[in-house]
Design a protein around this ligand. Structure first.
Ligand code: NAD
Length: 262
């Protein structure tokens, strides 16, 4: 960061949050804290849940023009009366540090990308850290959302994995997941992945963040039972979540460099 400052590169992240969803509030606070820790300037726009789509777009338009803001993030989900696609499309793709804009999604498909979506990129880092190469491996992703499942599958494919995407209509799920050398769970259901669904020695990455009735954070994987079957497994909390934030910081710095042609 000091080097960037010396070079006159301005690194700034603007985060827009609409409404008072407690989980979104926690995520936004964690993102702001990470910015403070590494010296990225950050700004928050906290709008009430009644805010209109146009109000959000007006803020985005201003931020798109500012040269001290390199990254713009709108915390999802948005209240139902605001169209998520319109909001994502309003963000300049050059400042789209979540990599949700169709230009960035297209670039990810072709492999010629500037930014990767934070959660799938964090998962790839974790797989790399486990020392396991993706090439030629059976990779199974459970979940096909635009923000996790689909881009995750694409990133595994870019690294030459043989990729299967499972979803709510998949038949015989267990038979498919049992084949996986690398299993990524992004379902949003506590303890969805049980030990009998996991191949001995698999790398298991748990993207899920679920809150139990007692208020405890748990993933999509039954960690206690799967950990003995897996070669490597990520915990919740403390696995993919922090990596997502680290990748957001990386994207914000990268956006600043690209905007400054450095
Ligand atoms: P989503 O609800 O958009 O998608 C869930 C997916 O699970 C869907 O594609 C659906 O087809 C699939 N699914 C549902 N039931 C299924 C079943 N019975 N069998 C197979 N597939 C099934 O959710 P999302 O936004 O992709 O998020 C998934 C989870 O990851 C959530 O818990 C979310 O909170 C978490 N998440 C974590 C991070 C992070 O930083 N760790 C980031 C984003 C999302």
């Amino acid at each position: 960061m000091a080097k960037l400052k010396e070079e006159g590169v301005k690194v700034g992240l603007a985060v827009i949050i609409v409404g008072d969803d407690p989980a979104s509030r926690v995520y936004v606070n964690n993102k702001k804290k990470a910015c403070e820790e590494i010296g990225i300037y950050s700004e928050e726009y906290a709008l009430p849940s009644e805010a209109t789509e146009q109000e959000v777009i007006d803020i985005i338009n201003t931020l798109n023009e500012r040269d001290d803001i390199s990254g713009i993030l709108v915390q999802l989900p948005l209240p139902k009366h605001i169209n998520e696609t319109n909001i994502i499309n309003a963000i300049s793709y050059k400042k789209d540090v979540d990599a949700f804009h169709p230009v960035n999604v297209g670039k990810i498909m072709t492999g010629d990308f500037d930014f990767l979506p934070c959660t799938p990129a964090g998962v790839m880092e974790l797989i790399k850290e486990s020392g396991v190469s993706v090439e030629g491996k059976e990779c199974v992703v459970i979940g096909r959302s635009n923000i996790v499942g689909k881009p995750q599958a694409m990133l595994l494919l870019h690294q030459n994995g043989t990729v299967t995407i499972c979803h709510s209509k998949t038949k015989n799920l267990k038979e498919v997941t049992k084949r996986a050398d690398i299993l990524v769970a992004a379902v949003g259901r506590p303890k969805f992945v049980t030990a009998d669904m996991v191949k001995e020695g698999a790398v298991v990455i748990d993207v899920g963040i679920n809150r139990t009735e007692e208020g405890k954070l748990v993933g999509d994987v039954d960690f206690e039972n799967v950990k003995d079957t897996a070669y490597a497994i990520t915990p919740v909390p403390g696995g993919v979540g922090p990596m997502t934030i680290a990748m957001l910081m990386k994207n914000t710095v990268k956006a600043a460099r690209l905007l400054a042609n450095k």
